[in-house]
Design a protein around this ligand. Sequence first.
Ligand code: GDP
Ligand code: MG
Length: 767
Amino acid sequence: MSKSSLMKSKIQRNVYLVGNPNCGKTSLFNAITGERRRVGNWPGVTVQKLEGIANSETANLTICDLPGTYSLTPATPEEEVVLKTIDAAADGCIVNVVDIANFERNLFLTTQLIELGIKPVVSLNCFDSFTKAGGTIDLQKFSTFTGTTPFPTVARTGEGTHNLVEFIGRPDIISVEDCENWLSLPQVWLDAAEEALRLKDLHWHSARPTQRYSALTDLIRLQPDPIVPELIEIRQNLAKKLSEGREIPVKTTNLACELASDRYRRIEKLIAGCAIVPGKNIPAWQEKLDRMLTHRFLGLPIFALMMAWVFWTTFSIGEIPMGWMESLVDWLSGFVQANMQEGLIRELLVGGVISGVGGIIVFIPNILILFFWIALLEDSGYMSRAAFIMDRMMNSIGLHGRAFIPMIMGLGCNVPAVLATRIIDNRFQRLLTMLLIPLVTCAARLPVLVLLCGTFFPENPSIWMFTLFFVNLLVLIFLGQTTSMLFKTSENSPFLLEMPPYRLPTPSSVFHMLYEKAAHFIEKAGTVILAGAVIIWVLSVFPREVPLSFDYESELTRLRSSEITVESTERIAELSRKREIELMEGRYMARLGKFIHPVMEPLGFSWRETVSLIPGFLAKESVVSTLSVLYLPYSDNLGDAMRKTGMTPLTAFVFMMFTLLYIPCIATLGVIWRESGSTRFTALALVVYFAIAYVVSYITLKIGAVLQTSTSIDWFEGLVIITVAIAAGWYLIRTFIVTIRGSRCNSCASCSSCPSRGKSDCSGGQP
Ligand code: GDP
Ligand code: MG
């Protein structure tokens, strides 16, 4: 048989990875497809379906990595994805990834799948940690009692995944012979579900999984919706049958609880039946470490220290490779200048491409250092602890601890962060988190900070950078508190975020995160930023003819033809510069800048800074690349040029403040629009950002001026500043106190049985 006909005879199959958050689905996906998707040791990393291809001897498999979910009952938009896909998945093959180290919780989803008549292939993942901790399981019995084929896997290393792939590629995989299935739905429930389905002219055996699911949901809902008399009768009958032989009869309103406890009973039976013995789950050192890192008083300072360390290294260590990158860009620019004929093309290359894109590329080392630490913190499992510590802080701004996850993701790029808000179930909180995310400093804004802090605060740039982040954080808290105060909602779901075990980050996952960041950055530099830089360059070299105040040309020709002395060389250089500057001021860019300048003038920005904010809307990195193009005539060194044209440390600080806060880039705005589904919300958010940025920058400028006593202010401004300072102080202290004391009881779902009900130390409602 020829190779091509062999290829044709292979079966095509869609395979869906379903499992709890953080059980290793994406790792498994990567292991069997050879892709490199983001793996993280905390829930909420994958919020969208991912697809990849794998090939076994007998099949071409399309593998789909679904977002993690604890149960099929969707609580968040992210979990809904799984339920929506389940019908299609049942037609293909479902691989249920079970973190065997946490089997009890993981088997809940397995039970739900089996109840719906789905026969998943089970990947018993994290088998290494399980056996290392001394856990054991009888695989043969597991297979018999669940009617599934289990595969022990270590997705992190790929161990065991080959067998799994070969199995799911087999033509006969779907028809697993019937056997005693301890996880399947008890007969009482099956009968009731059958009756409920009959109301819709359906039968259990021929119904789709989602139809079966909705029949079960009809049975257990608190109130049947809509109220169908027949359904009420079925529910009453079911309750009556379940009550047989019990002291306390089962109420129809309690059927959901009944079903859930029945599932746990089945799981318990299975665990006993297949002799699953958990290993010693959490090593003592991990418990100790956890106690320290999530400590009520120590937790927050430790987190702050870690962040300070991250920023400090981003700056100080980053400076060295940044110097190399700068010399490389300088060399390239010199090389082009020396080897190309003078003309527009050379000018475009030097003034537009190299100075624009090069001005951005030099920041890659800083960004990599930042993400090196973030990858370590995420992969080790610390981030979930940080989310726990921040839960109280988050509550004080009306948010759920879960909102911390998208916020931290926002440090990288706001776009995936907005997507990650899908892990939040409450719509108001989702919107609020979306509103706040653009106030998280994404990596694209880092170049502005690194550049200006380095230039204007050379003694201790990282302290100033940290200050900026801190002010930014205050603004975020302020906006969050005000918004949630204005639109108070009483809903608050309990904070259930799993604490994953501490794991040693794998070099490959850290490396891939860095690679991903660098690739994203370079790609952006080569596309959006390049285009932006070229447009800026065009606007800054046209019109070619600009009326000059002085006949530079003839004076320069005269000087060049006369005797060369030190003075004449200096004079030539000076005149050339002056001419360049005057030309620049006559070009379109300057005209545009001067036109909108009055709006930004109160903040102390020159027309160059003003103009640079416009391409910043396309990509924040473009602020720096635009500045590099616009300041080129003043000096080869951007920092020098800025100082020369009158930028002071104070205005630089205010400019950084403004850049951090003003409107997010267009991509972020796009996802906010899509995810919120509301144009009004998006438009309003835009106005809010701009207004906040303006007001905060203005106040910063005034406070700075007073501190420097370089200007006096009138009583009105003084009053405003004092009021704002007091308000800011009040917020800070209040937030701090709330954080330390713990938030009030949130009256969550578990409140009636909550031991800490009404007490001040109810941590987000978790009993
Ligand atoms: P997902 O949320 O289900 O997609 O899980 P990820 O693939 O992102 O993995 C979560 C964490 O578990 C990461 O830190 C992985 O390195 C780790 N992990 C995944 N598979 C295994 C495994 O088989 N053994 C061990 N020890 N760790 C694993
Ligand atoms: Mg994942």
